[in-house]
Design a binder for this molecule. Structure first.
Ligand SMILES: [Zn+2]
Length: 99
């Protein structure tokens, strides 16, 4: 069986439906999955304000594990998220004031 280095269609489709949850998606050639799942692992970074099992990203080599992980995404109001959200608001503020 050969594995494509490209992004997973399953993950991309999930992101399309849940774009508000996702900041970025990368595929890494780190050989984490070994012979069973191939050399590529998937990194999905969550938008500030969301968390999954105490981290702000999902890192899986198995797509079926990814599908299970996304069910565990929760809202997050940790200091890191609050700061990032405040930063975003600061960038938006001048635009809002001009409008
Ligand atoms: Zn957080």
């Amino acid at each position: 069986m050969s594995f494509s280095p490209s992004r997973s269609k399953t993950i991309l489709n999930w992101i399309k439906k849940n774009s508000y949850l996702v900041d970025d998606y990368e595929v890494e050639d780190d050989n984490w999955g070994g012979s069973e799942f191939g050399p590529y692992s998937h990194w999905v970074y969550l938008t500030p304000g969301y968390i999954c099992e105490e981290v702000h990203h999902i890192h899986e080599y198995s797509i079926s594990d990814f599908v299970e992980q996304v069910k565990l995404i929760e809202k997050c109001d940790c200091d890191e998220c609050k700061e990032l959200i405040a930063e975003q608001h600061k960038e938006l503020l001048p635009l809002i004031e001009k409008a």
